[in-house]
Design a binder for this molecule. Structure first.
Ligand SMILES: Nc1nc2c(ncn2[C@@H]2O[C@H](COP(=O)(O)OP(=O)(O)OP(=O)(O)O)[C@@H](O)[C@H]2O)c(=O)[nH]1
Ligand SMILES: [Mg+2]
Length: 631
């Protein structure tokens, strides 16, 4: 369990931690000299459970609010400190707001300096505290009157903390490792040491981690928890990591993250549910400049509201944080927003998902995406997201946003109705219902095409895909066509697609002429005769044969490779197969015209015509003098 103090300056936080743990958390000479905490301080003690409780002592002075925010980011339990003589003061209120906006739901109040107040005063301050806590998640926190002078109430508080530690469910250890760095220093002999709170997963000596957002590699040489060397640290602990690798002292500091490599994906745009502080003096407007505090990190940016024009104090809305620099953020992360000018808390909220690459989406589409993912259950969020994205999503983005480990992601997907497609080295996920709908849409689209072109064999893959391009991504359409061919829902005829029941009827004369042409073309191998040569062989007028070839070519019986060249589909298929061979044999999947000419032996001019035809029908793609297979 990690306990953080909170409360106004000089109310006795550091004194109380010293009484509970024997450790003075004010380490800096300046803190000693001024008698006030400046930075967060750390202590720990076994309160009787045989297991240490970690304490983070925060400064109360409003000038050090940034340090306070870095300290309370990952705590289980809040210890709000209010001095009986002063009573509730501005930072009492602000610190409580921070805890409430962060969702801290376990806590206790220490009513300190009771030696300086009479019973009536103590009762009055206790009543003020109760009123202050009532609308917050800490409404049930008990109040302990204490005094550092005679030790009154300290034992009762210690007993309560020990009981709270026993009652607190151990943090789930799922997900990939995340540590919010709050300090870094070098130790003679050991080298670089980084401390912070483990937010998820676990880390073991020997693990490799990534410093985020910088992206530098580090290897864990040693781990300490509460000063003791250990082999492993898990979520819910504070720990110190001794690091080796390509990071130095100057690369890492408060606000950085150490992450398992799988979740290093910092984003400048983050979808969130934002909440305006109940006692903020103005509504949160669209594009309000903010200082974001997330974990121990701090980043400037703006709030882009995804719904409404303003968020009234106490209200919540979906929004996108647009940061000046990227940060790693994950579903469920709580954050605080401060006004950069007034240096005051104006709100807080919870991360829904990084939203990188969403700039082109409309506000309505961004809102739909944020709303869909705003659910604690990952399966529910994923299926809602897939229904909001008919074209599918990159599965890795979702898995990263939820910080799911590989096995957790596999388990999630296996229990859902999802269709997965390989897209380069990424996996595209599509709602299972949409996939089924696309499969039934395919024969329907083909039937529509047949109705428009009753004499034709059918469309090419590219033509059919073009008709359906708004309904699915190319990879998905290709997969759907493959599936439909396997199932016999569609058939391949020459290089075209048709419904099994579709049999275009050629006029008898056309059929006969085609039957005379086909063997002549076939006999030419990869260099079939041109129209003029065919006409001579058949004893026909060249122009009449050309008109025939054009017409029959449009119907799909011959392929118009060049104005005077018509090929059989089987010849085009053989030529395409040779392009494919060359592409496969090359390191980068590319080949040039000279290689193709050598492979096919069809000569320089025909090579150019054939390759341009293959480009036109979507078999190859030309770029910078070279070609690769398309799709
Ligand atoms: N009389 C009396 N004085 C106390 C008590 N607790 C703390 N003090 C005194 O109050 C002063 C401030 O105490 P700290 O513990 O430094 O207060 P803090 O809340 O940590 O202050 P910041 O860290 O600066 O916000 C010190 O002089 C303490 O000795 C108490 O119970 N009774
Ligand atoms: Mg202090």
């Amino acid at each position: 369990m990690i306990v953080a103090t909170a409360g106004h300056v000089d109310h006795g936080k550091t004194t109380l931690i010293r009484l509970l743990t024997g450790i003075d958390t004010d380490r800096l000479p300046e803190e000693k000299q001024r008698g006030m905490s400046i930075d967060i301080g750390f202590a720990h003690a076994d309160l009787g459970n045989g297991q240490a409780v970690g304490f983070v002592d925060v400064p109360g002075h409003e000038r050090f609010a940034r340090n306070m925010l870095a300290g309370v980011a990952a705590v289980d339990f809040a210890l709000l400190v209010v001095a009986a003589d002063d009573g509730v003061m501005p930072q009492t209120v602000e610190h409580l707001a921070v805890l409430d906006l962060l969702g801290v739901a376990h806590g206790a109040v220490a009513l300190t300096k009771t030696d300086r107040a009479d019973a009536a005063r103590i009762a009055a301050v206790a009543a003020d505290i109760a009123a202050l806590l009532a609308p917050t998640g800490l409404r049930d926190a008990p109040v302990f009157p204490v005094s550092a002078i005679d030790g009154m109430g300290i034992e009762a508080l210690r007993t309560h903390l020990a009981r709270a530690q026993r009652g607190l469910a151990a943090r789930a250890q799922n997900g990939n490792f995340r540590l919010a760095v709050d300090r870094s220093f070098t130790l003679p002999g050991a080298g670089l040491v980084v401390t912070g709170a483990v937010l998820s997963g676990s880390v073991a000596v020997g693990d490799s981690l990534v410093l985020s957002p910088a992206g530098l590699w580090a290897r864990v040489r040693g781990i300490r928890v509460h000063g003791e060397p250990v082999m492993q640290a898990v979520a819910g602990m504070r720990c110190a990591l001794n690091l080796a690798g390509d990071i130095g002292r100057e690369d890492v500091g408060r606000g950085d993250w150490l992450l398992a490599a799988a979740v290093h994906a910092p984003a400048r745009r983050i979808d969130v549910r934002v909440q305006a502080w109940r006692q903020a003096d103005a509504p949160l407007l669209h594009w309000t400049p903010v200082q974001l505090h997330l974990g121990a990190a701090e980043q400037s940016g703006h709030v882009a509201l995804l719904e409404g024009k303003a968020v009234a104090p106490g209200e919540a809305a979906h929004a996108q944080l647009v940061l000046d620099r990227p940060l790693p953020a994950f579903y469920g992360d709580r954050f605080i927003l401060r006004s950069p000018s007034a240096q005051r808390v104006i709100g807080g909220g919870m991360v829904i998902a990084p939203a990188e690459g969403g700039q082109r989406l409309s506000r309505a589409a961004r809102l739909a995406r944020a709303q869909a993912q705003d659910a604690p259950d990952a399966a529910q969020a994923l299926s809602a997201l897939l229904r909001a994205e008919p074209l599918g999503i990159a599965l890795r983005d979702f898995v990263q946003s939820r910080n799911l480990a590989t096995d957790e992601a596999a388990q999630l997907v296996s229990g859902m109705d999802i269709a997965l497609f390989q897209q380069g080295d990424a996996t595209l996920a599509l709602d299972g219902g949409y996939w089924q709908a696309l499969l039934s849409r395919l024969p329907q689209a083909l039937a529509e095409w047949h109705a428009l072109h009753p004499d034709a064999i059918g469309p090419s893959d590219a033509v059919l895909m073009q008709r359906l391009r708004g309904e699915a991504r190319p990879e998905v359409l290709q997969a759907a066509i493959r599936w439909a061919l396997e199932q016999g829902v569609l058939v391949r005829d020459r290089r075209l697609l048709r419904l099994p029941g579709h049999s275009p009827q050629l006029l008898a004369a056309d059929r006969e002429l085609l039957a005379r042409i086909e063997p002549l073309l076939r006999a030419g191998g990869l260099r079939p005769p041109i129209v003029g040569e065919l006409a001579a062989a058949l004893g026909m007028e060249r122009d009449a044969l050309l008109a025939f070839c054009e017409r029959i070519g449009r119907l799909g019986y011959l392929e118009p490779v060049a104005p005077n060249r018509y090929f059989l589909s089987e010849t085009v298929a053989a030529l395409a197969a040779m392009a494919d061979e060359l592409a496969h044999a090359s390191d980068n999947g590319e080949f040039d015209a000279a290689q193709y000419r050598n492979r096919t032996g069809i000569g320089r001019n025909l090579t150019i015509e054939v390759l341009e035809y293959l480009d036109r029908v979507g078999i190859t793609r030309y770029a910078g003098g070279r070609r690769r297979m398309a799709g």
